[in-house]
Design a protein around this ligand. Sequence first.
Ligand code: ATP
Length: 272
Amino acid sequence: MSSLSISTELPLKKETTEQVNKTVVYDTKNLNLWYGNNHALKNINLPMYKNEVTAIIGPSGCGKSTYIKTLNRMVELVQNVRISGEILYREKNIFDKEFRVEELRTRVGMVFQKPNPFPKTIFDNIAYGPRIHGIKDKKILKEIVEKSLRGAAIWEEVKDRLHENAYGLSGGQQQRLCIARCLAVEPDVILMDEPTSALDPKSTLKVEELIQELKENYSIIIVTHNMQQAARISDKTAFFLNGEVIEYDDTDIIFSTPSDKRTEDYITGRFG
Ligand SMILES: Nc1ncnc2c1ncn2[C@@H]1O[C@H](COP(=O)(O)OP(=O)(O)OP(=O)(O)O)[C@@H](O)[C@H]1O
């Protein structure tokens, strides 16, 4: 699988406290999005950095899912969507005519709220993406399956049942399987839309630990309703309200000394 060889050092528009010369993976500039007449995203400007976890928080309906689905252009599957502004992924505007959406789909993986394994064996769930990319060699596929399952911290639990249906796994195991399925195509970025909201506390903890490990090799953007989770696992946090980014900063600043009263009210549970 190819990896991009583009220079990724961008000058930063907005520097958070310690953010100097970090690699920008995604840079969103003046992004607006409408569903029909509903102005769902308003002038969003946000950088996202390599090997960091960026959390998107905010009350229901503020545009978190819309934003994350815009990053991989999935939102365009919805009818009557109109977008203005730019999202640069590795310095290329993903809305440019010449930009290849397939590149995004291979470089940017997504994990959804509800685990969504295919109705196939555990092995075939993981081998699915590599096979689509033309990998046929059984030995290589086996290696990818093991590496991906290990990467998602689920290998020990499933290594003796690789040829059983993935639906037989628990919810928490299915979610880690879905993360492994992402890893199998060697993504650059992993988008996660409320990945633990359907999981019990023990599975949630496992997925959170996994996210911490994965950021060594990937850049992760996570939408979460759970503020403790954002505080525990993210490096940067963006607080959305009514389609706007109210505040974006290092996570410890957002949760200790936010500069906007609305952020403070939200994180202290006054609304949302
Ligand atoms: N497919 C759609 N068609 C039309 N409007 C939509 C669609 N999806 C979302 N919206 C609207 O866009 C706005 C933002 O919704 P979005 O789902 O992005 O919010 P959210 O912050 O992710 O909410 P939640 O936390 O409840 O999932 C809302 O007003 C919502 O009604």
